[in-house]
Design a protein around this ligand. Sequence first.
Ligand code: 4AD
Ligand code: MG
Length: 441
Amino acid sequence: NGERPKEVDYSSENRGTRVRVLGRVHRERKQKDLCFVTLRDGYGYMQCVLAGPLARTYDAITLTRETSMMITGEMWEVPPGAHAPNNRELHADYFEIIGKAPGGDEAITNKVQEKGDPQTLLDMRHLLLRGETASSLMFVRDAVEFAFNAKYHELGYIKVAPPALVQTQVEGGSTLFGFNYYGENAYLTQSSQLYLETAIPFAGNVYCIEKSFRAEKSLTRRHLSEYTHVEAELDFINFDDLLVHLEDMICGVLEHVLANPRIAAMLQKLNPDFQMPERPFKRMRYSDAIDWLVENEIPNEEGEPHKFGDDIAEAAERRMTDIINRPIFLTHFPVEIKAFYMQKEKADPRVTESVDVLMPGVGEIVGGSMRMDNFDELMAAYKREGMDPSPYYWYTDVRKYGSSPHGGYGLGLERFLAWLCNQHTVRDTCLYPRYMGRCKP
Ligand code: 4AD
Ligand code: MG
């Protein structure tokens, strides 16, 4: 009755078990007196055989892909040579069409996905998602999000739900989406970090998985306007604790995901060369990265050799990560190129206790730092950045009422998935991507 057939035992003693399955026609192949139907129900794929008189019915002869139907029959085990998913086949004795599909629509096949024009494919994404590759990415995504929740709870973190409608910026004014909030100016949140920091005093270590919004005015393969942000704040830690936690979290999530056989099989198909990252990750200070870029003749955005203080742009960052070809903790960025809230390094106050996690193929997947925990320093930081401190009064109060050394990070779920699943773009790792010029379907 639409229940997933998890509990059915298809071993040979059970040959002959009668079952009833509901799903959509993923593939169909008609022969003279046989009609093979691969039914899809989200849980998996089932090969069904309509034979003899059933194959000669009008409904079988005119059966089209994506039609939803019900089939009852006997489960048979079949040899691997039969190429039936899970080596089992449903020999139908009855079927009913539930919702007919028009047929002839090639946009839903994986083959077209490889060849098609990207804009048309994105317009048709609601149908493309029914394909094997697109849907397996959604299944892996679900498993990854579940694993993050499981890992945080294992560590005793509590999950909170910060607001999406806010009146403060986190990562600079240039990527804010503003809107009219009952006559007041408000924004879609860029990051839940500031709110997570306010949760520390009652919750201790805390996390959230929420949407973040960025009005990114460039079209790249790793920027979205709306993305899923996995963020955490850790209390009473130092910078090294933060890095060790990040390694443990990333590897712990991967282990959790790979322990699920169905997901592991999908990953094997999506990214056959995937290897578990080695711990510890490579640690590289920003200043060493600048030297590395100069030595390897990778120029900055102006085409000049990199110098201290330069932003390491997407292209250079990715080339460096691809050449080094392992996860990198890029640390200690200069104060000028980082956000207002970052703690300065004691030994060298030109730089911050900040970290980006870089992965081959994608580059930055995590941004994090220790937070400024001193009231006066934070006030000076607002001033330096030309920010009016008044809308941030609640954030400032974290430093006024029992401050603590704390830090945290944000991980872009779509970027993590692009790395894990070896995808060229984050547009394929979310259900319906949003980026400049696209707000449909
Ligand atoms: O480096 P970001 O901007 O850092 C923050 O927002 C911090 N406040 C997070 C924190 O410490 N709690 O963003 C963090 C991560 C990036 O490393 C990237 O993976 C992802 O968010 N990200 C994006 N993903 C897709 N599209 C975009 N436009 C993104 N901007 C950032
Ligand atoms: Mg960043």
